[in-house]
Design a protein around this ligand. Structure first.
Ligand SMILES: [Ca+2]
Length: 604
């Protein structure tokens, strides 16, 4: 409505003054959404963490609104999908974090689609984690610009390999600093552009997610710092992990500060909405306000996040929203605050919180109506079939226990017997969710990956999305950032199950390494009846990037700088098929390690 009014104002003023110089009045606010990865609710000084100092996030809570009971999902991809769509992730088919389960149905409309439609220029920076191939790639979901990586976690945090739109390039410096630099550049360029479009900038950091790599400057402040608070079970807490996570959050906070400085320095703080939140609970057993659970849990510890919204002049300083809210609310709320018309083809689960945020200026009746709606709502946490329901006062956990969250945040005393009616009510909601939503989830071709989607400039198939046959293995138990290794002979294969959507000729490239003594294998890429062969040369054998970890990275793979090898042009027919790499001749003891294959349509 506000945009509509602005346009009327613009037209009528032009008619009166004959001069369309009303860009400031008619321009919609910029939006910067900053997301942390695996930072728990308790990892910020504004909510009482005494070990850490997060002045930038604290300033957002001070200068704007703090959503005091804000809920996300237990893991990364589901929360990201909920922010992007304003709908629960179970509705969009996001069921996991890897091997295609993170993909969000292409029938969903994202916040970028909606705001772009209203005239915004849109950018996504950092970890995407809702699909790698078109139509799931961020450039296919309404974002004009993408810089980052599409997978769920990354193996290298220093000068990391990144994707910039359709090219793969090396990042500059520590990954969080680099993502920030690129996001600020995008924001500034468009703020200063004569096109004068409002900006939607989604800055999805991938820290403090493991691997626990953090620059020396941040680590040195924490290495010997005593922990002022501990997790509920001190025996399960690794103090080194906690320190590394907090050091990463302090680094992240510095980068939030850089973004705020850029906004304020450009003189657009009053025309820019800033949102900050995290995508799930803490990735280790550390202090989280006494809540039960961590990342992966459907309890408050796994699903509650700090969330701040700053919009100077529109949202008064120090607004507090005590009602339960969630990532599903951000899309309708940002549309409400910005005055962007929300025409979603599918019903949203989220609620527009604008009337509560604008508590000084909004209509009292709107506020009361919203308060009443929020008081009656419940929020669903869902993870691999486990469903927990949170109301303002109670939580029905995923095992059927009922807890009073006002007096028992640690969920120590099951009060099912004292509140049988409440338990029954919440159980019905959970059962209904399982029966009507989970059992009918869309399944976007799990384990099969689309190649050559119409208009896609490339199709990336990382090792994660394929499997080895013979002796070929992934380099780590956690597949997201792994590569294929142990490819030794002509019996071995690297396979991707694909669905070719457009027939044609595709230029194929792999990202590989190969020791000098093993160079020269003849390899074949085949798909159906078609195949091409090439030789693995030159050798390229850099070491793994190790030695930066503050804590052992467990099942996550180290990576190395892979080199691009062109395999040639291959013809692909439409339909389901296997894309297969094999070796026809192996002169040494191994063929190659392979990080990804990328297929580029050849325009004839
Ligand atoms: Ca996460």
């Amino acid at each position: 409505m506000r945009k509509f009014l602005s346009i009327i104002f613009f037209i009528s003023s032009t008619a009166v003054f004959g001069n369309p110089v009303l860009a400031e009045e008619s321009r919609l606010p910029n939006i910067v959404v900053i997301l942390a990865d695996d930072a728990g609710w308790g990892d910020f000084s504004c909510v009482g963490n005494k070990t850490i100092s997060t002045p930038a996030v604290d300033s957002l809570a001070r200068d704007g609104a703090l959503l005091e009971q804000f809920f996300v999902q237990p893991v990364c991809a589901p929360t990201r999908a909920e922010f992007l769509t304003g709908r629960y992730h179970d509705r969009s088919g996001v069921r996991g974090v890897t091997r295609g389960e993170e993909r969000m149905s292409s029938e969903e409309q994202t916040i970028a689609n909606i705001f772009k439609e209203s005239g915004y220029v849109t950018g996504c920076f950092g970890k995407w984690h809702n699909g790698t191939q078109w139509p799931y790639h961020p450039l296919a979901r309404g974002f004009d610009t993408f810089y980052g990586f599409t997978e769920g976690h990354w193996g290298d945090y220093f000068n990391p390999p990144m994707q910039h739109n359709t090219t793969f390039e090396e990042g500059e410096g520590y990954i969080t600093d680099d993502i920030t630099t690129k996001a600020i550049k995008f924001f500034r360029n468009h703020i200063n552009s004569t096109a004068s479009k409002p900006v939607l900038c989604y800055v999805a950091f991938n820290t403090p997610h493991s691997p626990m790599c953090v620059p020396d400057a941040d680590w040195s402040r924490f290495a010997g710092r005593p922990l002022q608070q501990r997790g509920p079970d001190i025996n399960k807490e690794n103090p080194v992990f906690t320190r590394a996570a907090l050091a990463m959050v302090e680094n992240l906070d510095k980068n939030v500060g850089r973004i705020l400085t850029a906004i304020d320095g450009a003189g657009v703080s009053r025309e820019t909405i800033v949102v900050f939140f995290s995508d799930n609970g803490p990735n280790s057993a550390r202090w989280c306000g006494g809540m039960r659970g961590k990342k992966g849990s459907t309890d408050d510890g796994g699903t509650r996040s700090v969330c701040c919204v700053r919009y100077p002049g529109q949202i008064p300083s120090g607004v507090r929203i005590p009602q339960i809210t969630g990532a599903i609310d951000l899309l309708p709320t940002l549309a409400g605050l910005a005055g962007v018309q929300l025409q979603s083809p599918k019903p949203l689960d989220g609620i527009d919180l604008t009337a509560k945020l604008k508590s000084d200026t909004g209509e009292k009746a709107d506020q009361q109506q919203l308060s009443s709606r929020l008081a009656k709502r419940h929020i669903i946490a869902s993870q691999r079939g486990r469903v927990s329901i949170r109301s303002q006062r109670f939580r029905l956990d995923d095992k059927g226990g009922l807890y009073d969250m006002l007096t028992d945040i640690g969920q120590k005393r099951d009060i099912s017997k004292e509140y049988p009616e409440e338990k029954k009510r919440l159980e019905e909601i959970a059962n209904d969710w399982k029966k009507n939503i989970l059992d009918r989830m869309p399944r976007p071709d799990v384990e099969r990956f689309s190649v050559g989607y119409t208009g896609a400039p490339l199709t990336e198939l990382p090792a994660r999305d394929g499997y080895g046959e013979g002796g070929v293995a992934h380099s780590g138990r956690a597949p997201n950032c792994s590569f294929f290794t142990n490819w030794k002979n002509t019996e071995d294969s690297l396979v991707w199950d694909v669905d070719v959507l457009n027939a044609g000729v595709y230029a194929a490239k792999i990202w590989y390494t190969c020791p000098a003594e093993d160079a020269g294998s003849t390899i074949q890429l085949s798909c159906g009846e078609n195949q091409i062969t090439t030789s693995v040369t030159p050798s390229w054998d850099p070491p793994l990037n190790t030695g930066e970890d503050r804590v052992d990275r467990g099942g996550e793979s180290y990576v190395k700088p892979f080199r691009v090898l062109s395999l040639g042009d291959i013809k692909l027919e439409v339909g389901k098929a296997q894309l297969r790499l094999t070796a026809l001749h192996v002169p040494g003891t191994s063929v190659a390690d392979v990080r990804r294959i990328v297929l580029y349509p050849v325009v004839k």
